[in-house]
Every structure is written in C-alpha cells, then in structure tokens.
Ligand binder design. Sequence first.
Ligand code: MG
Length: 391
Amino acid sequence: MILLRDELEERERRELAPYASRSSESRGRRQPEPEHPYRSAFQRDRERVIHSTAFRRLQYKTQVFVNNEGDYYRTRLTHTIEASQIARTVARALRLNEDLAETIALAHDLGHTPFGHAGQDALAELMREHGGFEHNIQSLRIVDLLERRYAKFRGLNLTHEVREGIWKRRSPDDERAQALGFDKKLAPSLEAQIADCADSLAYDHHDVDDALKSGVIGESDLKGVELWQMALAAADERIAGAGAGADSDPRVRRREAIRFLIDLQVTDLVSTTRRRLEEGRIESPDDVRKATRPLVGLSPEVDARKHEFQEFLFKKVYRHYRMMRMAEKAKRFLSALFLEYVAHPQALPEEYQEWVHREGVHRGVCDYIAGMTDRYAQREYEKLFHPFETT
Ligand code: MG
C-alpha cells in the first residue's frame, strides 16, 4: 500500500504542533506545478536541493580549513549535513515541520563562494558599486535563477516557505524584500529560526574540533573557556563511568566533550523555545510571524557561555595567522579572476558569456565566480595567469 501525499498532509495536521508550518498550507511556488502523488511540498523541495548542482559543489568549498589541508576537516557539505541533522532533531522534538527545517538547513549555504568568508568579502568589495554581494541572497539567486534542471522554468521553483527561510538569514538592512516577494516586517517561521540556530550550533563545535585536530589551537588555549571546561569535566566523567575497558585516547576525550556540548545546547534550545512559545501564547503560524522577538533560542545562561566560546573561536581560530594568510591569498586571486573576466568577458565559457549578456558583466562574472569550488577557482587562475598552462 502506498502512502499518498494527502495522507502525509493529514498526518502533519494531526501530529504537528498548532504553530508548525504545514506543507498543505504552503503559499505555493512561483511557477504553478501539480503536486506530487506521494511526496509533500517540502519533501519535494528537500529533494530538489539535494539534486542541485550547487549542493554537490559544497563538497569542494571551504568551511574554515581549505580542502587541500587534509581530508579530516569539515567542508561546506559536511557542515551542511551536520547543521541539517541538528535542525531535524530540534524540529522533531518541538513537533514542528522536520522536512521544512531540514530543507532550509540543506540550502542555507548554497550561495557560499569558494574559500569561505574570504571569498564572500572579496566579492562584496568587488560588487560594491554593482548591486553588492551577500551569500544568503546568492543562495536565493541559485534556487530561483541559476540552477537549470527543468524544461519549464529556471531555478528549482521551491515553495515560498523554503525561499523565505533562506532569505530571512540575510542582513536585516537588505532592501530587496518586496522585489523577492517577502514581507520584511514578518518574523521567519519557527522552522527557519531553527535552521539558523542549527547552523551556528554546528559550526561552533566542528570548528573547535577541526582547529584542535589541525594544531591551530591546543587544549591549553581553551583553559579560560568555561563551556569547554564543563565539557571536559563531563567527558572525564563518562570515561570514568565506562570502567576498566574505557577508551581514554585523548581524541575520544575531545569527541566526548563535543558530544556533550552539542547535546547540552540542543537540549537547552528545545526547552527554552518551548517555554517561549508557552509564555508568548503562540498558537498558530500567524502568531509566530507577528512575534517581535525570536522564539527559537538558547537560555541567557547558555547563550552567554556560547558567546564566550565564539569569541574564543574568532580570536584564536578564525584570526589565526594560517587562516589569515590563506584568506588574503584567496581574496587576491579571486579578485584577479574577477577583474580579468570583467575586462575580457570573451574568455568566459559560452554559457556565461550569454549570462553576462543578460545580467550585465559584473553580476554575470560574480555569479560565475561565486559558483566555483575552491579547486575550480585555483585551476581557472592557473589557466588565466600561468604562461604555459594548457587551457
Ligand atoms: Mg552555515
């Protein structure tokens, strides 16, 4: 017996909380399409994201450590998978729409440039006089315009709720709301708020793990970070509790500490959010939209510790000289690529020559570079600037 879409929708109506987003109540797609016989609208969106070109390219885009530093480190793709796992867990625990939270999380970094934030900074600077560049807006550009998989329309034609979840992550001063079909005054759905929190919860922990593994920081650097000390104490307790056969390898201790931290924050996020929903008498998705402060979030105590932890990461990891050296190098050669293509658009692949014709040279080149993986950008640089490189 097949489980049909209307039964799935019925299940959502029955089992989800009254303030959850329901796929049957979606505001729909920009291009009307018939519904799928046995997949819900958000489920279908998730699958469209996973099958997209931009999603596959996340595999070779830098999160913090560049791809050629080693195979252990998170890439944009594994970061995305970790964030979507957390989003799903939180959404399920709160009886919210797991498919929607997961889809927004899977799509949240699609617009990231090669070489992480260095690439974003470079393109933002280069595009300053030409409409700007912001990776969340770029994610939307990808799902609305740049993906080409369907005969009838450009983009992935995702539902309003997923597109809005991607857009709501952009800087608050962005003025393009109306043009994109969003209401700037309304708060994001709970599922979108969850995807946002899951992103930061995921990167805090995997970045500290990667930084320790790489030797950019050592355990002793974390001495003053309260949250980390709590986590180590919990890890030691677990190791002691495992008895004589305990695996006391320092790497296992570190992983137990990180496991504790994720669990602590996810649990705090679930219980704090539940409390805020009760206190705010939130009873429908409309109440969520009208709320004037975020409903999904950590308690003040855990939030303060998380901030201290993030400050540490910012100073000791993201600003480490090895990171800065790579970031400056990436900015330099992405800028060189950009300026060369803007000056000589005839050196672009044919598809992008057409795109430049349609979108203007700066925007077209920006789309091309933003879509590159780290190594594709490196190869392009070699082809353009190394005298004896074959093209
Ligand atoms: Mg992210």
